[in-house]
Design a binder for this molecule. Sequence first.
Ligand code: SAM
Length: 344
Amino acid sequence: MNPLPLTTFPVSAAPRLTDSHGRVIHDLRVSITDRCNYKCVYCRDGESGSQYPELGIDEYLRLIRAFVSLGITKVRLTGGEPLLRRGLLELVQELASMQTLEGRQLDLALTTNGHLLDKLAAPLKAAGLNRVTVSMDAVDPETFERITRVPGSFKAVLGGVRAALAAGLTPLNINCVLLRGFNDSQIEGFARFAREEGVVVRFIEFMPLEEGRLWSPEIVVPLAEIIERIDRVLPLVELPARDAGETARRYGFADGVGEIGIIAPVSQAFCGACSRVRLTSDGKIRTCLFSQVEHDLYGRLRAGAGDAELRAYIAHTVQGKEARHHIGEPGFLKPSRSMVHIGG
Ligand code: SAM
């Protein structure tokens, strides 16, 4: 993208964030650390420690406020593992008091591995968080801990899920990334788990975003296969999407008890309906998970940019959002950072 001539992008000309493909962007994902207490085999290469700096809580707030003033209505905190981040409760409290352009409360969600949720669910709810998504890649403790590489992690996460339900952080989504040969044995078990625990389990197709080199088309368990396997033991009915930008295809069980979802970015890409941008823990805007370039919003703030300049920079950057990803196509390049460092 060309260097930005700020003066040519007055905010008044961009009251809502849109891109050059006509999509309206109203969903912001903010990574608040790239540290993680798990080393999931399909994500991390086994090394620990973060690679990128974190901003201060006040700095995240200033940047998020600029996005919200441009029409963002939903903010999801992520990482790394966001529950590791000092100052999280204060951040949630401030975000919960932020108003959208329509004068409503922000829709405020958080994605976590759930390891520390047992203790934090109630304080997060009290601080104003609306919902959590917990990542869980197996319902069998042994398989689970082979993936996370952390002993005792299954019990901790199950405790976290139950604490979040008790605290009213609902509807509670469980996200499960499926990899053939690793955890595809868990599909039917997860369907039962969704019904028994009162959670929505969402299976996610594995994308080439890992630190190592594991991804291949064969390792992806596609949507059609997941549906067929569950439907064989617990008949499913497809449910209507709740809104146009919804990433998950929704299915209910035919007896009316429970729901699952499938997020199929590989076999049935939904880029045309993407309403999302990301802010990395070091304050860079990523307009697509698979971007090759990042845009240094924090650099602008550090250089002394005022709010109007930050807004103009965001509006200009979002205009350049990529049309779609190119997973599986010849010449596909992995993005410049892996999932744990982008913010999932
Ligand atoms: N630590 C938090 C957690 O575990 O939810 C937030 C960050 S984690 C990177 C966010 C989500 O990205 C998790 O659900 C994880 O399973 C998912 N994820 C990581 N690598 C992925 C990949 N290559 N393809 C699809 N999802 C992935």
